[in-house]
Ligand binder design. Structure first.
Ligand code: ADP
Ligand code: MG
Length: 683
């Protein structure tokens, strides 16, 4: 079992390299198996024709007639040489690589690979890669993995460590029965891991991807059905007779509930009177007001003497929910106590919180997955609400039941999906859809900018900040990366600070920061101490800062449409007009068209339908739809053929073995219970 061993197990990996991997969330050999390439580079066959190829990545075979020359230019070492092949000549230029002047051989064939530029009347390639011709031709036959990197770690190193990790860890256990693999033509798990990192061909890579996609869907369907069946066994022991307080609060809210909120609330109250407990999915667009709905349902439980828990995926969200709920309790003078339980409360606090929960004094219990730890004992827990919940596995959901509690369960999802897909994905589940958002909300004005016009976006932010508002700027990367040209939070924030000359307080936020550091930044932003937050997509989920009126998204073309819509939903939460600025870094017409969908539509459901229309099966746009769906590899929009197959198989298996207790289904049982963490080792 090498999977749980440290990376230092690999020859040549010392403490320093290990630390770099840890910065990327890779701790064990097993983790690196699931550290999938971000993308693949495809090397083209060497060309003989350069006209019309300016701006493209090309390869050309030829020779250096003379040794390269190294000079210093403004402190930068510049090495250059003329390269001749097939009757054309171009200039190769390298920066900071003076040693090339000695290592390059003249009169020896090379292949030069890089992005072709025009220079005067001639051609030029900067930082070209050099290959021995036969080695290059071999490269053109296989997609070459590109990994997300951190400063100090090269793609080559990741690839090398990965190869070693595969050699040590394979074969790994496989939860799919061979019957299914044969029927569906899926490679086994070990082969899939190998092919994802070192594909032998495009076909090989596709197959590996299909296997992971299938497995994710299968785990989802099995888990969902199993969970439903389990719940259906439990009698509803709760008596929800009183709804006076709930109605009173509802009538006195500063707004009227939307039709969607009202009907979802009716659905939940009807569930409360059924013979068995159940789970219901509330699918509502960003800003559709799921929090107040959750609160009203919790209140109905509380006024009948039961506890209700609200579980959020992050501490930031959990504490935000607590303060929302405390405000409501105070405003409406409700006779209930609310507590917050997260991983970062001190042992002493935890003790008194646990006591308040165990005694039943605390009726509103808000927290992170700390809520399902062993030490927490509930008293008459009637309802568990999970916000953006699909990040929690089925096993975590079932763990309330294992504690001897059989509460109702509400799952809040903010990812609208097209109706046709929802029918398959949520088959057999109780679903309430909130299609409308409060009409009091102003539509967010959205613009698409080209990168060269970025400054006008910045000026706009400045104007809004001077008017007392706040802004988000989203970048896809955390820090500069060797093989990814996108904007990164670290440099961007620094640059923006310089440009704005101290007129605004600017902070950065990303997933590699420690939890308490992240909390502090988020709290400062919520409190208005920070005016511009430069962040990765960690702000995507649920954060509510009504004073923020601008959302600027860099490299917007790199994000999925529903992800862009989610991000945009972070603004437009207050009284004031809000704006979204999408910065397009692609010259591709399709990118523009996709971004215009966001500009022209405000409803997440409409965007989801358009997204489905625009993306056919097998479409490899490389952007994930993200959101809170429990998939990493699978893409609902392009993989629905695989989704159908997995759905069929899940139903067939469960017909034969309803509780998955047969020996041959042990692997499927694990998949159902643990979901993604059973498939990937680094979750
Ligand atoms: P989400 O569904 O994205 O979680 P929230 O619950 O955070 O949305 O609600 C967003 C904002 O809309 C909150 O400030 C909330 O008070 C407000 N809100 C909720 N319901 C309504 C409504 N029916 N009319 C007006 N505002 C509402
Ligand atoms: Mg929410």
């Amino acid at each position: 079992m090498y999977e749980s061993e440290a990376l230092t197990r690999v020859k040549g990996v010392g403490k320093k390299t290990e630390q770099l991997f840890q910065n990327m969330g890779v701790y064990t050999l097993g983790d690196i198996l699931s550290y999938f390439p971000r993308n693949y580079e495809r090397y083209p066959l060497p060309t003989t024709e350069l006209e019309d190829k300016t701006g493209e990545y090309i390869a050309i075979e030829g020779i250096f007639f003379t040794k390269p020359l190294s000079r210093h230019f403004r402190g930068l070492s510049v090495t250059s040489a003329k390269f001749t092949g097939h009757g054309v000549e171009l200039e190769a230029v390298w920066f900071r690589m003076p040693y090339l002047a000695n290592s390059i051989q003249t009169h020896m064939p090379y292949v030069l690979y890089g992005r072709l530029n025009k220079k005067g009347t001639g051609f030029r390639i900067e930082q070209p890669k050099l290959f021995e011709p036969t080695a290059y031709v071999r490269l053109t036959k296989t997609p070459q993995p590109i990994y997300s990197l951190t400063k100090g770690l090269s793609n080559k190193t990741v690839s090398k460590v990965c190869k070693e990790a595969l050699n040590l860890c394979l074969p790994v256990s496989d939860n799919l029965p061979s019957e299914i693999k044969n029927d569906r033509h899926l490679p086994d798990r070990s082969a899939a891991f190998r092919s994802i990192h070192f594909p032998e061909s495009e076909e090989d890579l596709k197959k590996a991807g299909r296997r992971f996609t299938y497995e994710e869907f299968l785990a989802f369907f099995l888990g969902q059905t199993l969970h439903q069946r389990q719940e259906a066994k439990y009698k509803n022991q709760f008596q929800i007779e009183k709804t006076d307080l709930m109605n009173q609060v509802k009538e006195n809210l500063p707004f009227a509930l939307t039709d969607g909120q009202e009907s979802a609330l009716r659905d939940v109250l009807r569930d409360f009177h059924e013979e068995h407990v159940s789970e219901r999915l509330i699918q509502g667009d960003v800003g559709s007001g799921k929090t107040i709905l959750a609160f009203l349902c919790m209140l109905a439980m509380a006024e009948n003497g039961y506890q209700a828990a609200l579980m959020a995926p992050t501490e930031v969200l959990a504490s935000q929910h607590l303060s929302t709920i405390l405000n409501l309790i105070e405003k409406y003078s409700l006779p209930f106590q609310a507590v917050l339980l997260t991983g970062s409360v001190t042992a002493k606090e935890r003790k008194s919180i646990n006591a308040a929960i165990a005694s039943g004094d605390a009726k509103f219990i808000i927290g992170t997955h700390a809520l399902i730890q062993d030490a927490v004992e509930y008293r008459n827990l009637g309802l568990v609400v999970t916000d953006e919940q699909h990040r929690f596995g089925v096993k975590q959901r079932m763990s309330f039941a294992e504690k001897g509690q059989h509460p109702f369960s509400l799952v809040m999802s903010a990812t609208p999906i097209p109706r046709t897909l929802a029918l398959i994905l949520y088959q057999g589940m109780k679903v309430s859809v909130i299609r409308d958002v409060p009409s009091t909300r102003l539509k967010i004005k959205t613009a698409v900018l080209e990168e060269k016009d970025r400054k006008s976006g910045w000026r706009f932010i400045y104007k809004e900040v001077m008017a007392g508002h706040q802004a988000y700027i989203i970048c896809p990367l955390v820090e500069e990366s060797e093989n990814s040209a996108g904007e990164n939070v670290t440099d961007y924030a620094e640059n923006f600070r310089k440009v704005s000359k101290g007129t605004m307080s600017i902070a950065s936020l990303h997933g590699r920061m420690k939890a308490d550091e992240k909390n502090r930044v988020m709290e400062d932003f919520a409190a208005g101490k920070i005016q511009v937050l430069v962040s990765t997509t960690v702000v995507e989920v649920g954060v509510n800062v009504p004073n923020a009126t601008v959302m600027m998204i860099e490299n917007a073309d790199r994000f999925g449409l529903s992800q862009l819509h989610q991000l945009r939903g972070r603004v437009g939460r207050g009284q004031d007009q809000s704006y979204c600025i999408l910065v397009n870094s692609s010259s591709n017409d399709r990118s523009k068209e996709r971004l215009n969908v966001i500009k022209d539509h405000n409803s997440g459901f409409d965007i989801a339908e358009r997204d489905l229309e625009m993306r056919g099966p097998g479409d490899v746009s490389g952007v994930r739809q993200s959101g809170d769906l429990p998939f990493i590899f699978a893409d609902l929009y392009t993989d629905h053929e695989v989704m159908n197959a997995a759905s069929e198989d899940a139903n067939r298996v469960l017909d034969q073995d309803p509780d998955l207790i047969l020996e041959e289904n042990a692997g499927l049982r694990r998949l159902a219970e643990n979901g993604l963490s059973e498939i990937y080792t680094n979750l």
